[in-house]
Design a protein around this ligand. Sequence first.
Ligand SMILES: Nc1nc2c(ncn2[C@@H]2O[C@H](COP(=O)(O)OP(=O)(O)OP(=O)(O)O)[C@@H](O)[C@H]2O)c(=O)[nH]1
Ligand SMILES: [Mg+2]
Length: 510
Amino acid sequence: MSTGAPLTLGTAGHVDHGKTALVAALTGVDTDRLPEEKARGLTIVLGYAPLELPSGRRMSVVDVPGHERFVRTMVAGASGIDCFLMTIAADDGVMPQTLEHAEVLSALGVETGVVAVTKCELADPAAATAQAAELFGDVPVIACSARTGTGLEELLRALEELASAIESRATLGGPVRLHVDRVFTVTGRGTVATGTLWSGAIAAGDSLELLPAGASVRVRAVEVHGAPVSRAPAGQRVAVNLTGARARDVRRGDVLAAPGTLGDSLILDCDLRLREAHHGERVQVLHGTRSVSGRLLCLEGSLWQLRLEQPLLALEGDRLVVRRLAPPDTLGGGVVLDARARRHGRRREILERLRCLRDGEPLPPSAAKADGAIEAPATRPARGLPAVSEGDLLALEQRLRDAGPALLSESQLTAQLPALRVLRDAGRAVRVSGRLYGDVRVVAAIRERIVALIEREGTVTLARVRDALGISRKSAQAFLEYLDGQQVTRRLPDDRREPARRRRARQGVR
Ligand SMILES: Nc1nc2c(ncn2[C@@H]2O[C@H](COP(=O)(O)OP(=O)(O)OP(=O)(O)O)[C@@H](O)[C@H]2O)c(=O)[nH]1
Ligand SMILES: [Mg+2]
């Protein structure tokens, strides 16, 4: 029986602190499915299980890895959860990823949860309990053991109480948004994408948009924890059987969204709590199940601009996590205030507007003017260039889209150069290489396909990219140069390309 609106619980905690064992003891499901996970006794990918509470209410559980190398996966699993189950082993106490996961949860705004002091039959749980209380304040702390069963009933009761106090995303409405974390093919049924449904409801027959590719897909069937349902509301794990997309066209980090409700974000104004970050620093930005590199620009206090190298699929109010690239570490995170900002500095009226958005205050008239400047950046003519109308911009955008991976050169666009400049500043057009330009969605989709090809094949030649993607040699060259420039690929002496971070990837660093 399942009563109450859907909710999702995410595990958290240092490696080996008993997350997976606890989920198995509570749900009966061993979420470590991969042979490598079983052999190493280590969670590597996200695990999922339904948890039935004493009242019959059901929660989705996402079990995350605790190893420091898999923090990116942990963030992907924690994005979209409603509450946490943090484990701290009685015989180990608070450890680095206890702290890092706590930081991620706080950045994602997940403040409700329970701490389980695990392995309590191995050591006196008092010290770890005191540490937990210090770290998490008045969150319930329960000593338990997955091995002996001690404390599990108390833990379930605490989760029940927690669940009754949380408002389910199902009641909040909003358009469909599902950040894909797994994709596979089921014989006879085709592509299945799974994720935690952030908002909206998905039903068989729905038309959705797959982003960033922008492809139209149709929902053939929907399942929740292995059982078919006619309609799945937000707040739980959902598996969507799709038509219109092959499994290899869908990747972790993609988003299934209600058509026309979500677009690419390349420049975001945010309210961030960061430690040790500095103006101009290149960082990793994690949002949903996606992570991209970008640069941090300090505007004022907690207000920062993020200029990304690849798009995120974000909306205002979304949470994101910021990590340092080397050595990898979580710096903090926060809230998106403007998901489609334009490049700007510390202009007074823009800062005033952002302060109001952050503090939830009404926009004063001067900030409202700046608001228009931000909301409709593309209509503002670039300095020294003739004004361009929204019609000019849409016409050029369509032309770039129609050109697709063939791209367009500046010499083909002489009459539209002012519009090109505006589109480029607004992140809607991308200079791929030399004087060649493409639509931001087209460029993102081609990039993803090349990265997938290299992931499959190790290294690639220009000719291989040309043939595999069915594009011209000139385009293949431009895209590879673009990816070299972004340090996604690295050019080898024999002109082949390999992933720029191949050596680290071989060592298992993600
Ligand atoms: N004695 C004892 N051992 C436990 C208990 N819970 C887990 N373990 C053991 O601790 C080890 C790690 O447990 P896991 O559940 O895999 O830990 P984890 O937090 O999921 O680890 P990662 O997912 O890799 O971060 C395994 O050998 C478990 O059998 C417990 O309550 N008592
Ligand atoms: Mg585990």
